[in-house]
Design a protein around this ligand. Sequence first.
Ligand SMILES: C[S@@+](CC[C@H](N)C(=O)[O-])C[C@H]1O[C@@H](n2cnc3c(N)ncnc32)[C@H](O)[C@@H]1O
Length: 237
Amino acid sequence: MKDYEFSDKKILQSWHENAKEWVKVIDRAAIPSRELITNQAIIDAILARSPTSVLDVGCGEGWLARVLAAKGIEVWGIDAVPELIAEARSRSEGRQQFMTASYEDLDTGALPQKFDLVVCNFSLIGETATKTFFQKARALLNPGGHLLVQTLHPLVSCGEQSYIDSWRPGSWAGIDGNFKEAAPWYFRTTSSWVQLFIQNGLALVSLKEPLNPATGKPASLILYGELTQHFTAPRTG
Ligand SMILES: C[S@@+](CC[C@H](N)C(=O)[O-])C[C@H]1O[C@@H](n2cnc3c(N)ncnc32)[C@H](O)[C@@H]1O
């Protein structure tokens, strides 16, 4: 069997290779759980906070940025894949701006403003990249700002494996598209997600588990963090 690489680098490589097909899949609305549940769930979660500015982290081809901009919200999107950012730019009208940057390379000072809300919609996939992004999150938020993360629901996505943080092979199962090799992903338990917020100075204010009516199981997990006023970063090393 061919060696399968579990790394943050491999995730980005796979998204570079699959960018074109991903755009087609989003255009065809070919991911049923998104159409049925999770797209509206993240839109509702964002609008419930009434932000005037949003940063869409790992924005892909920019569908969410377009929805939010149409509601009068000022939106920036970042993504590591230039092809996806080019697509997002070419489709944007009005209050949207996009920048190519990986979470690892993102210089928070390169963005001209801070945001009322930062959203990561199924875009925190790796191990180190996710940790690195969380370490930068406070610097991206206005006082009282929120970080929203929508991710695969840990209990549902765990499958038969042990319920512990670990790398898992990726798969495009259930998504009708002509994809190349799927990106690996780093499975996190619910408590591991919660820790990421707390360790990085974000108070967890809510958890949501939108239900898939067809299966009766949660289609995703949405975590809301709020910037805490006083925070001392834990010492590393
Ligand atoms: C499943 S797609 C989600 C895209 C978009 N948020 C949406 O809702 O359609 C994951 C996105 O995360 C981006 N991504 C993954 N790891 C990244 C990293 N380390 N830095 C920047 N972008 C990353 C990928 O390029 C891809 O566009």
